[in-house]
Ligand binder design. Structure first.
Ligand code: ZN
Length: 294
C-alpha cells in the first residue's frame, strides 16, 4: 500500500505533465475501480485545464478549469505512468513491484501538450471521483479527515490538544485518521522510535492535564515531519534515477531504523538494544525497548 511519502512523490512526478495541460481525450476502460467512476467521467474532463495538483492525506487532487476537482486514490496497487517527448516515467514506485500488464491500464488521459498519463491498477482498490472544487474539505472523501502530517498544522501544541487525556496507545492514536490523516504504520513506528516514545504508552502522556504540550509532544511532531520529509526526498531520488533503475525498490526502506527489523540490532547510534516486534490492533509494531522505555 503506498504510504503518504510515496503519494507525494507521485504528485511531484505528475505535476509537470498535468498542471497547465488540457485534457483532450479520456479513455475510461471500465465502469468501476474500487467504486464506480462518476457519471460522464470522460466528458466532464475533456477540454478541462488542470490548474493545480495537490495532495490531501493519501489523495491526489487536480483542480480543473471547469470548477470541479479530480480526486484520485491509488488504493493498494495503483500507479501512474507518464509518457511524453522526454520518455516514460512511473513516479513513486518504491514499495511494490511494477506490474506492466496493459490489461490493468484502466484509464488513459491524453493532454494537449502531447503527454499521456496512464493509470494502472492490478488489484483495483484505487478510485477516482469528480467533486465541486468549492467545499472540497466537506466532500465525502475529506470530511472527517484529521490534520495533514506534512502541513503546518502538525505541532507539539496540536498533538497535545488531540491526544490530551487519551488512554489509547500512542501508536493507535497516531494511526487514527480522524486525528492525523495519511500517517501509516511504517512512519508511525519510525517516528516513535526517533522520538524515544514507547508505542504502548497512553497517548495522553504527551500533554499536561491542562492540554499543554510536554517536551515529548514537540519531539514527536518534529520526528513525524522529519521521517516523512526524508522519505519524500528518497522518493525524489528514485524518481530522478528511474530511467536507469528497475523501479522495483527505492532507497528509503533501507533507511528504516526499526521497521521490519525484528531481532536486529537497533540502528540508533550507541544503542545496544535489539528491535522487538509486538502486535497492536492486528498490525506489527517494531520498537527498541532501550530507546523507547515505558
Ligand atoms: Zn535503540
Amino acid at each position: 500500500m503506498p504510504e503518504l511519502p510515496e503519494v507525494e512523490t507521485v504528485r511531484r512526478g505528475l505535476e509537470p505533465a498535468m498542471v497547465g495541460a488540457r485534457f483532450t481525450k479520456v479513455d475510461q476502460r471500465r465502469a468501476d475501480l474500487r467504486f464506480p467512476f462518476p457519471p460522464r467521467f470522460p466528458a466532464r474532463l475533456a477540454g478541462a485545464r488542470v490548474e493545480a495538483l495537490s495532495r490531501r492525506a493519501k489523495y491526489l487532487v487536480a483542480d480543473l478549469s471547469t470548477g470541479e476537482s479530480l480526486i484520485m486514490h491509488l488504493g493498494m496497487t495503483g500507479r501512474f505512468t507518464v509518457e511524453h517527448a522526454h520518455g516514460v516515467i512511473t513516479p513513486g514506485e518504491f514499495h511494490y513491484a511494477p506490474g506492466t500488464m496493459p490489461l490493468h491500464d484502466h484509464v488513459v488521459f491524453d493532454f494537449d501538450t502531447g503527454a499521456r498519463v496512464t493509470y494502472n491498477d492490478v488489484r483495483r482498490f484505487g478510485y477516482m471521483d469528480l467533486v465541486p472544487s468549492t467545499g472540497l474539505a466537506a466532500c465525502k472523501h475529506f470530511a472527517g479527515l484529521g490534520i495533514e502530517p506534512l502541513g503546518n498544522a502538525l505541532s507539539g501544541e496540536t498533538l497535545a490538544a488531540l491526544f490530551r487525556g487519551k488512554i489509547a496507545p500512542l501508536k493507535a492514536a497516531l494511526l487514527d485518521q480522524r486525528l492525523i490523516a495519511g500517517l501509516g504504520n511504517i512512519y508511525v513506528c519510525e517516528a516513535l522510535h526517533r522520538a524515544g516514545l514507547h508505542p504502548e504508552a497512553p497517548a495522553g502522556i504527551v500533554a499536561t492535564r491542562t492540554g499543554r504540550p510536554r517536551a515529548s509532544a514537540h519531539r514527536l511532531a518534529q520526528e513525524i515531519r522529519a521521517v516523512l520529509n526524508e522519505a519524500v526526498a528518497a522518493g525524489g531520488s528514485t524518481l530522478r534515477d528511474f530511467a536507469h533503475a528497475d523501479g522495483s525498490l527505492g532507497y528509503f526502506q533501507h533507511g528504516f531504523k526499526v521497521y521490519d527489523r525484528e531481532g536486529e540490532p537497533c540502528a540508533a547510534p550507541g544503542c545496544s538494544g535489539i528491535v522487538e516486534r509486538i502486535v497492536q490492533s492486528g498490525r506489527s509494531t517494531f520498537y527498541c525497548a532501550r530507546c523507547q522505555p515505558r
